[in-house]
Structures are given as structure tokens and as C-alpha cells.
Design a protein around this ligand. Structure first.
Ligand code: GTR
Length: 391
């Protein structure tokens, strides 16, 4: 996953703090017409929609709203899953647009003993399908479904290949060519990451119909490329109570203008199918971006946002991720008057900061999503929802 012709050692030349250029940060609180944004009204009606549009046009591509029909079919149900602890439901979500159909499979474990309806965590899975094995023969820390259920949360997931394969050549074979072929012709058209976010939104469509699920207490989470998609989901779809980015880096939580670790040029070269075509205009030209990633965080406000990094994952730029969290959550504090603030300097690994509206932690170690991260996300959710973690 490196630039062609670049070796592993070489890429570390981007991972030196003193090489971060001076940059000016686009102002969240001034809109394109030059108006100052000070009120919730202006944020909701003038600025947030404008920012989301800028991200559509320049980064993730248009998010199509057209769906002619959506149907949910439970293809498998087991009330005694996880030794009786949970009910497993495998739900086919079939979306029709202009006579073409695409089906994505949602895997859902609902705790049998819990507050009903249950709050839910949806994981956008881009890695090996083994990570989300519904039979639980294979259990991976990437999706510790048993631990999630034990804490009273429903554990939901889908695999991105159902909506857009994570592959340069075949990414367009699912929703893109079937449901939204016109997007492929546009310079600001939907691409891979946006398609994954679209998939998360369809899972939410299902939660809203499912009596066992509390759709108002839903968290969307993704790791790395999945974390980029998760942030875009939460920024463009206000139905999520909590949006979680685990080590999402460039095109996710990290500020593009820092050019630390993975850069816009590198990501567009290696993964041209993730972002809309327009994003490559900013290769080596980050200063021209009308947004930076702090505004993606800002678009999630007033809903909660959590950004997690790993100490050895410099490629994802932990400091740049923290910077955008600090800056983006100004909307929570300054527009919505929410209490609490992040420390000025980034906290060391092992010292999570959980504010009422946002969370942050750094895990010791390498690029990954682990039970350590999940436990902190659930601690945050417990606190945010006012759930007694003893249940
Ligand atoms: C890397 C890529 C990152 C991140 C990561 C992952 O190769 O450069 O942007 O997405 O993969 O998804 O684990």
C-alpha cells in the first residue's frame, strides 16, 4: 500500500514533526459569503450544509439520496446465539433504484438481557470477512461482539464489499454501476469511501424500523479507511448519536494541511477509487482545499464524536487527528455551549479524555482496532447515554 517505487523506510520521511509546513486553517465560523456564524440557527441553516457540500464536491463525492425501494429480510435468526446471551439476526438489506438491485448483509447480535430497545454500535468492516464471522467460530479483537453484547449493546456490522469492493478495478461493480451509474461520470461523483458511508446509512434505515434497536442511541465506527468512511457517515447523516474514528488518518480525522505521514497526493495515487476525482486537484496543493478535516468533525456537531489514535501509527498522524478534534469541536463548545474542553497538549497513551460531547485516546502500539479501543468507546457511550456500566 505504498506509492509505487517507494520503500517502507522512505515513507518515514513524511513522519517528522519539524517538516510540517506552516499552514493557515480554514475558518469554521465564516461562510463562503463572508458572514460570521455565531448562532445555532446560522450553523444549522447556513454553515453546516455548506461545509458538507464542500466535502461532497472536493473529497468524498456526491451522496445520492435516490432510492426507489428498500426492503429488509431476516435470512437467519438464532435466539440462542453466544450461549443464549444474544439473538443473532442476519438481515439482507435490498436497495432498488431504477429497477436495479443491490443487497447488503447486516449482521446483528442483540443482547437478550438488556434495556430494550438496545443501543447499538455499527462497525464498517473493510478487512477480512473473518473479523465479523456470524458463527463466532472465529473471534477477532477487531469486532469483539461478545464483549459488546456483555456490556448491553447490540453489535452490528456489514462488509464493505457488499456496497463497493475495496479494489481499484472492482470498486464500481456494486452500488456504483448498478444504482448510481451517473456518479461514475462526474468529477464530484460518489466513489468507494462514500459508498461505504452510504452502506452505513442503509443499516441505520434498518435500525429505524427494528423494535429491538434504539436508533437514537446508535454509534458508527470504522478503523483506518473504515474510520474515514465512518466520519463521513456521521458528518453527512445526522441520525448517529456517536461517530467514532479509529486511526483514520489522511482523509479521515487528520488535518490534510499538516502533510504528516500519509498525504493527499500519496492517498490519491495509491487509492484513486476512494475519493472523488476532484480530490486529486489538491495533491501537493493542500492550501487550496476550501476545507480541512477539522470541518468534517465540526459537521458532526452537536452529536458526539470520538477520535482514537495509536502511539506507533505515525502514518495516520495522531497529532493531526487530535488537532482536528480540538478545532472541530469548537462548534460543540462555542455554538452549542457544551461543557468541557480538551487539554491543549495531546495526552500520552493510556490517558483517555472523555468529555460529554467528544472523546479521545491514544493506545500504545501499532495500527489496529482492538478490545482496548472498544472498551473505551463503550465507556464513553455509557457516560454519554447515562447508562450504568454495571449492567
Ligand atoms: C493504508 C492507507 C491508509 C489506511 C490504511 C488502512 O495503506 O494508506 O490510508 O487506510 O491503509 O486502512 O489500514
Amino acid at each position: 500500500s505504498l506509492l509505487p517505487g517507494l520503500t517502507f523506510g522512505q515513507r518515514n520521511t513524511n513522519e517528522i514533526e519539524s517538516k510540517v509546513p506552516e499552514y493557515s486553517i480554514p475558518d469554521i465560523f465564516v461562510n463562503l459569503k463572508g458572514q460570521e456564524i455565531n448562532t445555532i440557527q446560522d450553523w444549522v441553516h447556513l454553515r453546516r450544509p455548506e461545509i458538507v457540500n464542500l466535502f461532497e464536491d472536493n473529497v468524498y463525492g456526491n451522496m445520492p439520496e435516490a432510492i426507489d425501494a428498500i426492503n429488509f429480510t431476516t435470512v437467519n435468526e438464532n435466539k440462542m446465539a453466544m450461549n443464549g446471551m444474544a439473538t443473532l439476526k442476519e438481515v439482507d438489506i435490498e436497495v432498488t433504484n431504477k429497477t436495479q438491485k443491490v443487497t447488503m448483509r447486516l449482521i446483528l447480535f442483540i443482547p437478550n438481557k438488556t434495556i430494550s430497545p438496545a443501543p447499538v454500535f455499527l462497525l464498517i468492516n473493510h478487512r477480512d470477512p473473518e473479523n465479523i464471522d456470524p458463527t463466532r467460530k472465529t473471534k477477532m479483537g477487531f469486532w469483539p461482539a461478545e464483549e459488546i453484547v456483555k456490556r448491553g449493546y447490540a453489535a452490528a456490522t456489514f462488509h464493505v464489499k457488499d456496497v463497493s469492493d475495496d479494489d481499484k478495478v472492482t470498486f464500481s461493480e456494486d452500488i456504483l454501476s448498478k444504482l448510481y451509474p451517473e456518479e461514475l461520470e462526474k468529477e464530484n461523483g460518489l466513489r468507494g469511501l462514500g459508498a461505504w458511508a452510504w452502506g452505513a446509512m442503509r443499516a441505520m434505515d434498518y435500525f429505524e424500523t427494528a423494535p429491538e434497536i434504539d436508533a437514537e442511541k446508535a454509534a458508527v465506527i470504522g478503523h483506518s479507511r473504515g474510520g474515514k468512511a465512518s466520519l463521513w457517515t456521521g458528518a453527512s447523516d445526522p441520525r448517529w448519536a456517536i461517530t467514532i474514528s479509529n486511526e483514520s488518518g489522511c482523509g479521515g480525522a487528520a488535518m490534510s494541511r499538516r502533510q504528516f505521514g500519509e498525504t493527499v497526493k500519496i492517498i490519491n495515487t495509491v487509492f484513486p477509487y476512494w475519493f472523488t476525482d476532484n480530490f486529486s486537484k489538491y495533491n501537493d496543493n493542500e492550501a487550496l482545499l476550501p476545507i480541512d478535516q477539522h470541518m468534517l468533525i465540526a459537521s458532526i456537531a452537536p452529536r458526539a464524536v470520538y477520535v482514537a489514535s495509536a502511539s506507533e501509527d505515525l502514518w495516520a498522524d495522531p497529532k493531526g487527528e487530535y488537532t482536528s478534534l480540538q478545532l472541530g469541536t469548537r462548534v460543540h463548545r462555542e455554538i452549542y455551549n457544551m461543557e468541557g474542553n480538551f487539554p491543549k497538549e495531546i495526552n500520552a497513551a493510556g490517558n483517555p479524555v472523555h468529555l460529554p460531547y467528544a472523546g479521545h485516546h491514544i493506545r500504545e502500539g501499532k495500527h489496529n482496532l482492538t478490545p482496548y479501543d472498544w472498551n473505551l468507546f463503550m465507556d464513553f457511550a455509557d457516560k454519554h447515554y447515562g447508562i450504568n456500566s454495571e449492567n
